[in-house]
Design a protein around this ligand. Sequence first.
Ligand code: ADP
Ligand code: ADP
Length: 233
Amino acid sequence: GGTVHLDDVRFSYDNGATWVLDGVDLDIRSGECVCLIGPNGAGKSTLARLVAGLAAPDSGSVRLLGCAVFGDDGPHAESYRTARRGIGAVFQNPEDQIVTTVLEDDVAFGPENLAVERDEIGRRIDSALQCVDLTDLRMADPTRFSGGQQQRAAIAGMLAMHPRLLVLDEPTAMLDAASRAEVMAVLDTLHASGTTIVHVTHRTEETLHADRVLQLEDGRIADVSPGKSAAAI
Ligand code: ADP
Ligand code: ADP
């Protein structure tokens, strides 16, 4: 069960000379908000890509949204495609995630690719923009937005695809304090509404909103949630 299930996952960029992920076990339940922390180069982005269905491990097993995407017999391309339809991913650089010069077109891009019907796309744009508080900028040019507005636009684009899982890889890394607060407020709203969230961050204050805080170090995961004693891991 669960939204994400990783069992003994290993991942290497150099054919096993060094293991970025060296036996990772991870279970994330529906509706949970999990923060992933760890030193630079620990493999957080790599793990985020695996959890988003954007990369496959070298070995282990991976289930995403109930789809067995990777197992003993390797990757299951069809299951990857199915799982990815239910997963939204947001990355560090806000500018890279803007694809048009009209916000509503940007938000429509994802659901259009999923062949969602036109009226339904309109409704999804309304509610996604409302959620990220960008309704007033619906016809504005997102390439001219602040970084915080662009990240909220990127999140709206994901929400319009009705993801069951949202994976965010340091979405506030390039933002100033005010913009970071805007993005965190959106994540809090989504968490409260039951969206499953995996949030990579290196900012301690951003882990406060998580149900669980996991630390990646030496290729493995430890639960470092406040109040969690070493014996309980
Ligand atoms: P983090 O997100 O925790 O900083 P990454 O997942 O980005 O960690 O990287 C983990 C390790 O893998 C680092 O040593 C990094 O240099 C290396 N790495 C990341 N991406 C690649 C890549 N495309 N090719 C080769 N090595 C990579
Ligand atoms: P599409 O053809 O719709 O783009 P694919 O099934 O070809 O979908 O996979 C696209 C992405 O999904 C890849 O970039 C990869 O990250 C992941 N993936 C799917 N199948 C594999 C696979 N056989 N090996 C590695 N990664 C895979």
